[in-house]
Design a protein around this ligand. Sequence first.
Ligand SMILES: O=P(O)(O)OC[C@H]1O[C@@](CO)(OP(=O)(O)O)[C@@H](O)[C@@H]1O
Length: 733
Amino acid sequence: MAGENEEERDGLNHTPLRIPGLLYVSVKMENPNLTLSGDLLPHVSGSFHLGPSWDPSKALSMERESATVWELSFVVPPNHEALEFKFVLKPKCIDNPCFVEEGSSRVLVGGAWQDGDRLALFRLDNDQVLEYRVFVEAKRISPFDLAASWRAYQENFRLSSVRGIPDVSINSEHQTGSENISSANLELDLEHYIVPSPSTSPSSALVYAANITENPRSLGGGSASFSSSMGDDGVPMINQPETVEEVHASDQSKVYQSPGMVKSQSVGTISHPQVDRGVGFPRLVKSSSSNSFTTNFNLDPGTENSIPAAAGAVAAAAIADQMLGPKEHRHLAIVMVSLPARGKTYTAAKLTRYLRWLGHNTKHFNVGKYRRLKHGSSQFADFFRADNPEGVEARNEVAKLAFEDMISWMQEGGQVGIFDATNSSKQRRNMLMRLAEGRCKIIFLETICNDVDVIERNIRFKIQQSPDYAEVPDFEAGLRDFKERVANYEKVYETVEEGSYIKMIDMASGHGGQIQVNNISGYLPGRIVFFLVNTHLTPRPILLTRHGESRFNVRGRIGGDSALSEAGELYKKKLAKFVEKRLKSERAACIWTSTLQRTILTAGPIVGFPKIQWRALDEINAGVCDGMTYEEIKKNMPGEYESRSKDKLRYRYPRGESYLDVIQRLEPVIIELERQRAPVVVISHQAVLRALYAYFTDRPLKEIPEIVVPLHTIIEIHLGVTGVEEKRYKLMD
Ligand SMILES: O=P(O)(O)OC[C@H]1O[C@@](CO)(OP(=O)(O)O)[C@@H](O)[C@@H]1O
């Protein structure tokens, strides 16, 4: 009635669209006792129209769904005629007899058995009886869904044209035909393709690593403004007064407040109360009164943020460490030790970036920054003499302030503090150990460098970049002063022999070197050692690109394993020319792809470099949503769609992955990228490249799912002795 009236009211001739709907029926048989069923394969034999026939030789075979379950699915109208059938076991060897289930035929009406889920019994030759449990499931679906799923099925299961390529391959021959890359093409002017990088990425101007460390809260004069330092999972800690003098490049003045976040009154951090289906959340919290673990959504200020947002093993191991170790070991201070210009601040920054990316709440405290704020930036060599009592006193004072700030932050939930100063005498280190007692565990990280070239390069960079010499216009005068400062430190330098320590000796040059480890145990210290063993400062580029546009991309379908579209085909050729030109003098370079054909095909025309397929580089697994469009997910699975929109980082597709899962599986890729000394071209996927890019550019976890990684664009990350630089080339629109 309402419909008729509406039609009349708006004067339009609405023909109601009737979606008849169909029943998708899935019939299953289960026999947990595999040894009994042996070589007998479940089939369905029946009398219904277009379906199986009663002739057992024409029975339809069921698909094996798991080790013990077989399935047959079909689509019927909801008001279908009664379907009559029986289960049949057919031997693999066609000469042997079939076994038809005992009892009367089964009748299926409207997607349900008429006589209930009775067992299927088969009497074998030797009078042995086999029992199978039987289930039926029916779902109503629209013809549109049916068509979409059929299309997805067709596209997904079309045999990949690239299977058969070994995991590692090298085609050093130039290819012929349309994929030939002539030498004329090498005239390609790379500069022509450069496009600006987003404002949030590292610029081509290098940033002095000490400038992007924590802003001293104890020296901020209680300012009401807040810095935007990121806590774990990229949620900003907002309790730190911002200082005016040094605001680091990646400080963004905004404070992120996504829906569903609450501000905890007691400590001023922001945390997520919503239920998460990804691992690592809900957070496990140990009750203080018992040894049991509880799930706690009302985070206790003492424990919040102390468990990483990262997934799986990372979270599990960190939790185990926290639960089993002494209380003070729940917070870790990595105390740097070295002479000036030994790359300590750079190593500290790199370690901070790695731990943050893994989801550990980590901060870098640079004592130099405190010193400049408290005593001004123009302190010359005399200030650093060990026989200058005022200088010593002033330096100890700022070290204490920075250390106390770090401890306060830990007590608010911070997990790993990287304490960056020379800490080069036993006396200073004893002071720090006393300050840490009962509050955090200390590991000393000493960097020793005997390579005069590396030291000279570091010193020159320091004069150019450090605020200490910003007001010294004469470079040579700065150089002399800084060398004198280093000499002052050398006179009293004492290598670490106490406590827990990691000593990196001549690791910076990338040739040989040594790492010594003393009294180190636990998950996180172990990871740190592993990272440090693999990292080095050899400058090299890493080129990140998505595959050429895929057929699924054209249709807006996610996941799958489709081939390239026409535009994608063109991109792969352009990319090959680009790589050949960009890496022409880099014969040790390597091409990494995922195991999905769109990346392997994209790498196809690149010649002369080894190609390696990594499963870890496969796109985020969209589970049951694989092959759907975002619109289809929204329409058919609104709950899933909404959960993902609310928390894309932690949302895990049913039977698929979350971004946190992707980050976790990428850790070996990061370690390998750190370890490589030659350029690497990574041809992968949107979600994966977001996570890799975030690592190199130190973007908070929370932002990862929204990072823009456009198609047909190469992001060149340059890892150098002084930091990370980025360049983008857009080869096609
Ligand atoms: O996390 P979102 O934003 O959905 O992005 C990931 C999606 O990107 C896509 C394209 O939409 O990657 P890909 O480049 O590999 O085709 C999907 O396959 C994948 O699910």
